[in-house]
Design a protein around this ligand. Structure first.
Ligand code: CA
Length: 511
């Protein structure tokens, strides 16, 4: 296993809009991030991933990028027309049956030219035409300019969707209620994407000790390995979504179903084994996902919130792979109790709700949004108990979670039993033991209904992690696994009975 800085350090994801506002306009900014760098250093993180800071009309909160190259200004004008994907209509309708992630159809009609352009996401996010060598050259040149400024890597949004099936045919998959088709069979993991990534790798990364992690929905384990196999020279890591889909029903993310510990184990172990010659990314959340303590832990009481947040952290970030901590997770920020649709800012949630009003079930839609909506993780970072949580002196662009008076960084720093101090200890532990970075992973107690447990082995070293993921007591049959072991990290004041795990208890044992 080749050693690399990006395998060893812990990443921290910043959603700049909600991290820290320095000038009172209610929107987080780069100076705000600079103010908090000492905090991140204190926490022990080694790298920061910034969500988009490029100029943007903010239809999708910065993911609709306007000026890598001032492309959008020129959008529709001739020199740049082939930078996008245009097709004539079919019988006065869309060129094919593809659905967009954010709107019913993936096509938008342009009356001036009587053609349609493809946008898998928002209308203001036209898909780039990667078949055009000029597009690729410009993207790679832009990346190289950022590298020259000193960044260490890229996290690339839905990168495995950049190549489309030749001819852009209709998808044969089942249409949705609006008659369109989520056509991942036509736009995800197409053969050409591997060519584009290899070209990017060669043009931008060769000769630099930099990292790239791709966001890749719709990947199987085999396809994922193709992307991250070091021999293939494409991605270093990827974000797959099997765990994020664990509480989604057949119709997708908005159909919320209870998740099961057995499924959790199968997903985690499956990926640990599938990428053992590649490298995993480890995450509980990001700017598109709800808060993990609300989703996978418990907010039934303050004791459970604190305990379960610590359990989740140890369980995830001691797996083999690179941890990506999303801002606010380290203090156990929770989902947001939005009271009304007018408080939402996320285009995906808003469009879903509006659609439900036209013949769906708005009440049910609202319940789903409260559980799964992307704005849950986009509320302002909670720095202290002052007005607006110390995020801004103005009016925040999105309502702050009212629990900021209790849940905030300042309170957490003053309490040495806080989630924050646990994260700091956990990061320090991982940073100082190669076994926790490079050690092999083996799941144990696979049949246990409540405890998720695994061993990391590295030469003669053995580390064990036992996590009771349930809200009930859990018992072990024997202490054989950790005979002569020492508890190095735990989320309990004391352990009275080695074989008893209280709700959400976690133990890290060195044996
Ligand atoms: Ca600002």
């Amino acid at each position: 296993m080749r050693k690399s800085w990006w395998k060893e350090c812990v990443f921290y994801q910043i959603y700049p809009r909600s991290f820290k506002d320095s000038n009172g306009d209610g929107i987080g900014d780069l100076n705000g991030i600079t103010e908090k760098l000492d905090y991140l250093k204190w926490l022990g993180v080694g790298a920061v991933w910034l969500n988009p800071v490029y100029d943007s009309p903010n239809d999708d909160m910065g993911y609709d990028i306007r000026n890598y190259e001032k492309i959008m200004d020129e959008f529709g004008n001739n020199p740049y027309r082939d930078y996008y994907i245009w097709r004539p209509g079919r019988n006065g309708k869309e060129p094919n049956n593809w659905a967009s992630f954010f709107t019913p159809s993936a096509w938008k009609y342009d009356a001036a030219t009587d053609e349609w352009y493809l946008h898998l996401f928002s209308e203001k996010q036209p898909d780039l035409n990667w078949e055009n060598q000029k597009v690729r050259n410009e993207v790679f040149a832009m990346m190289n300019r950022w590298f020259d400024k000193g960044i260490d890597g890229f996290r690339m949004d839905v990168i495995n969707l950049i190549a489309k099936k030749p001819g852009l045919p209709d998808s044969d998959k089942k249409p949705n209620a609006q008659g369109y088709v989520m056509a991942d069979d036509c736009f995800a993991n197409q053969p050409k994407v591997h060519d584009y990534l290899k070209e990017m790798r060669k043009t931008c990364f060769d000769g630099r000790d930099c990292m790239c992690v791709g966001e890749t929905p719709f990947v199987t384990k085999q396809i994922a390995m193709d992307y991250v196999d070091p021999k293939n020279h494409e991605l270093d890591m990827l974000f797959q979504f099997d765990l994020m889909d664990i509480d989604s029903g057949e119709s997708g993310k908005w159909e919320v179903v209870p998740w099961k510990i057995a499924d959790f184990k199968a997903i985690i172990t499956g990926w640990q084994e599938a990428l053992k010659d590649g490298w995993n990314s480890l995450y509980w959340s990001n700017h598109d996902q709800p808060r993990p303590v609300s989703r996978f832990g418990s907010c039934a009481s303050e004791i459970y919130r604190v305990r379960s947040a610590k359990m989740l952290a140890a369980l995830m970030y001691l797996l083999k792979g690179t941890p990506f901590i999303y801002q606010g997770e380290e203090i156990g920020m929770t989902n947001m109790p939005f009271s009304d649709i007018s408080e939402l800012r996320d285009i995906e949630s808003i469009n879903f709700y509006k659609l439900s009003e036209k013949g769906g079930d708005p009440k049910c839609a609202w319940e789903s949004i409260l559980i799964k909506g992307r704005d849950n993780s986009r509320t302002p970072m909670q720095w202290d108990s002052s007005e607006n949580g110390g995020f801004t002196t103005g009016k925040p662009w999105i309502r702050i979670n009212p629990n900021y008076r209790n849940i905030n960084v300042r309170n957490a720093m003053e309490d040495d039993q806080s989630i924050l101090h646990f994260y700091r200890s956990l990061i320090a532990l991982r940073n100082s033991h190669d076994a926790l970075i490079y050690g092999d992973y083996t799941e144990i107690l696979h049949e246990h209904p409540r405890i998720f447990a695994y061993v990391r082995t590295y030469s003669a070293e053995r580390w064990l992690v036992f996590a009771n993921m349930s809200g009930e007591n859990a018992f072990l049959d024997s202490s054989d696994f950790f005979e002569n072991g020492k508890v190095v990290l735990s989320n309990m004041d004391e352990i009275q009975d080695l074989l008893l795990f209280q709700p959400y208890e976690v133990r890290v044992i060195r044996a």
